[in-house]
Design a protein around this ligand. Structure first.
Ligand SMILES: [Zn+2]
Length: 234
C-alpha cells in the first residue's frame, strides 16, 4: 500500500504530555465529546454516542497518565485517506448490504459515510507496538487498529502453515465468505477502515456480513479498565 501511494504523509499537532514527556495515545486522553457532551470521551472515540474522534477534537482534554492538561506538539504521520473510499463504501455498504447487515451496523455506517469521511492516522508516536518499516518512521509504530485486522490475515497464515493448508483460500478466494463477529465499539474498524485497507490493497476479499452485539456497559468501571489498558483494550 505504501508503494502504491495509498497513504498520505502529514505533519500535524498532536496532544503531548509535558510531565510524562510523551505524545498521548488516543486512550490516554479523555475529555468532553464535541458531539454529545459526554465528559469521558476517549481520544479516538466517544463510547456514549459512538462518534469517531481525533484527540485534538476533545474539549478540555486531560492526560490519564499525569492528569495534566496536554499541550500540542508537531509530529509527522501517515494517514489512510478514507475520503478516497467514500464512493466504494457507499456502493458496497449502502447499496450492497442494505438488507443483510444488522440495522444498528448499517445505520451507524450510513451516518459516518453521510457525514463525510476524513483521512485517519495509521501511525503513532509510541515506544511499544509494530515499528513503522519505512524511511522517516523511526520511533513510530503502527496504530493498533491499522495493525490488528492485518493480524487476522497473518494469524491465518501462521495457522495454515502449521496445519499444512493454503492461507490464500481464506482471504483471496472469491468464494470465501468472511464474517466478523464484533462489539458495537468496533463497527468503524471492521466496516469502514479494514474494508478500505483491503480495497486499497486490491488482492483480498471483502467481508460479507457483520454481526454486531451491543456490549455490556460497566460505566465508570469500564472506563477504569480501558484506562489501565491504554490503547490495547477494544
Ligand atoms: Zn459523544
Amino acid at each position: 500500500m505504501y508503494e502504491q501511494g495509498d497513504f498520505i504523509e502529514e505533519t500535524t499537532a498532536q496532544l503531548y504530555d509535558e510531565e510524562a514527556k510523551q505524545f498521548l495515545a488516543d486512550r490516554f486522553v479523555i475529555g468532553t465529546c464535541p458531539k454529545c457532551g459526554n465528559e469521558e470521551a476517549y481520544g479516538d472515540q466517544c463510547e456514549n454516542c459512538g462518534s469517531s474522534l481525533n484527540a485534538t477534537d476533545l474539549i478540555n482534554p486531560k492526560s490519564t497518565i499525569t492528569g495534566s492538561k496536554p499541550t500540542t506538539k508537531e509530529t509527522t504521520h501517515w494517514f489512510l485517506p478514507l475520503d478516497r473510499y467514500e464512493d466504494f463504501l457507499r456502493e458496497w455498504i449502502l447499496k450492497g448490504h442494505k438488507d443483510d447487515w444488522k440495522p444498528n451496523v448499517y445505520g451507524q455506517c450510513k451516518s459516518w459515510i453521510d457525514g463525510g469521511l476524513e483521512p485517519r492516522a495509521v501511525t503513532r508516536d509510541l515506544d511499544w507496538g509494530i515499528p513503522v518499516p519505512v524511511k522517516g518512521g523511526e520511533g513510530k509504530v503502527l496504530y493498533v487498529w491499522f495493525d490488528a485486522p492485518i493480524g487476522y490475515i497473518s494469524s491465518t497464515k501462521e495457522w495454515a502453515e502449521r496445519e499444512g493448508k493454503d492461507w490464500k483460500t481464506y482471504w483471496q478466494d472469491k468464494d470465501t465468505k468472511l464474517i466478523h463477529f464484533i462489539g458495537k465499539d468496533n463497527i468503524v474498524f471492521h466496516c469502514i477502515i479494514f474494508p478500505s485497507i483491503l480495497k486499497a490493497h486490491g488482492d483480498y476479499i471483502l467481508p460479507r456480513k457483520r454481526t454486531s452485539q451491543r456490549i455490556l456497559e460497566f460505566g465508570r468501571k469500564q472506563t477504569f479498565y480501558l484506562q489501565k489498558l491504554g490503547g490495547m483494550a477494544s
